[in-house]
Design a protein around this ligand. Structure first.
Ligand code: SF4
Ligand code: SF4
Length: 368
């Protein structure tokens, strides 16, 4: 007996697939499945998070609907995956944020932006808010650096703790010792697989869309989004080092490292999410967990808005628009930070952890 009807269905499908094994070359899910004769809840959650949702095993399956076996691995694993994220949420009281995620993120984002805009207006006089401020320290005319650092430091720390607690729950659920997480060879292999999105290619042909013609578009847009996010994170980290180690205050000139990294990352975070959104509407509806579509869209839109407001601030930072744009950008980034543990962002962490386990299992079986 499994904890939910979806896990029951996932067990049924994995049992059918384990007899068939036609798809074993498509991705990591099928070889991992073949290492097991029966499936616990944790095994199924592990397989669900290992799946990259390329859709190939649905298109290739001779038992997919209308066949009476009704095999639809991508959809059932997508539902099980999203269910598992809610089950691992910390604190538990916030697990419900995964259910109506699109609505929850929209409300939190709107509130966060409103608080920053009205907060700036209340704490500074109008001349400061719409005034022109240039040169080092210009941003801090609207909000002292220490207040900004404390606010975002707390939000970031909260997100890190909540994500780490979620990861701990996942690790316990799949029944692995914590020590395994620090095995360098498995960590490195998983990093390479995640960095290349090795299993988002349907066995080499690409992701399947509504017209059943596989393409690499999702993989390319995902790369732009992921590496764009990393570059923006690097820009913020370098700026923090500049501030505390070199006593150099933002904003920096356009040729300086934080601005170059942030601009390149921002461009990736505009094109990548826009492309992912477009690809989302081209997906075969049979593969999609419709109830969680809002969660995907909310995260994509949040990344896009983070980049859009950041680049707008860069372009118009020497004008009177700087104050309102800074409030808008900080509001969006703050909302992004505090909602990271309760939305689509978590897929990256759990999938990476599943890849670490898979790498270890492969090595134990004598594969590279
Ligand atoms: S998805 Fe279909 S074709 Fe692929 S292994 Fe499972 S039953 Fe076989
Ligand atoms: S959808 Fe793609 S990644 Fe997921 S199980 Fe099927 S082939 Fe593997």
């Amino acid at each position: 007996m499994h904890a939910t009807p979806i896990l029951e269905e996932a067990d049924r499908l994995m049992t059918v697939c384990n007899s068939c094994r036609y798809c074993e070359g498509l991705c990591a899910v099928f070889p991992a499945m073949e290492m097991r004769c029966s499936f616990s809840d944790g095994d199924l959650n592990y397989l669900a998070n290992l799946c990259h949702a390329c859709g190939a095993c649905y298109t290739d399956c001779q038992f997919s609907p209308p066949h009476e076996f009704n095999v639809n691995v991508p959809k059932i694993l997508a539902i099980a995956r999203a269910d598992s994220w809610a089950a691992y949420a910390w604190p538990r009281a916030f697990a419900g944020l995964f259910a109506r995620n699109g609505l929850a993120i929209s409300i939190i984002c709107a509130l966060s932006v409103a608080v920053f805009v009205f907060g700036f207006a209340a704490l500074t006089d109008r001349q400061v808010l719409v005034g022109v401020h240039t040169g080092p320290g210009a941003f801090y005319a609207l909000m002292p650096h220490n207040v900004m650092a404390a606010l975002f430091g707390i939000a970031f720390l909260y997100a890190i703790i909540a994500l780490a607690m979620g990861m701990r729950a996942f690790w316990r659920d799949i029944g692995e010792p914590v020590g395994m997480l620090i095995e360098p060879a498995s960590l490195w292999q998983a990093m390479k697989d995640a960095g290349k999105l090795r299993y988002l290619d349907g066995g080499g042909v690409g992701c399947v869309n509504e017209d059943e013609r596989p393409t690499d578009h999702r993989k390319i847009y995902h790369h732009l989004t992921f590496y764009g996010f990393l570059l923006c994170f690097a820009a913020t980290s370098v700026a923090t080092l500049y501030h505390y180690l070199l006593a150099r205050e933002a904003p920096y000139p356009w040729w300086d490292l934080p601005v170059v990294l942030g601009t390149l990352g921002g461009i990736g975070l505009l094109i990548g999410p826009a492309g992912l959104l477009a690809e989302k509407f081209r997906r075969d509806p049979a593969l999609v967990d419709e109830k969680r579509s809002g969660m995907d869209v909310a995260f994509i839109v949040m990344l896009f808005l983070t980049s859009l407001t950041g680049l707008a601030l860069l372009l118009w930072r020497d004008t009177a628009a700087m104050g309102p744009l800074l409030a808008l950008h900080l509001g969006v980034v703050f909302a992004l930070f505090i909602t990271l543990p309760y939305g689509k962002f978590v897929h990256g962490l759990y999938r990476y952890a599943a890849l670490v386990r898979y790498a270890r299992e492969r090595r134990m079986m004598g594969h590279t």
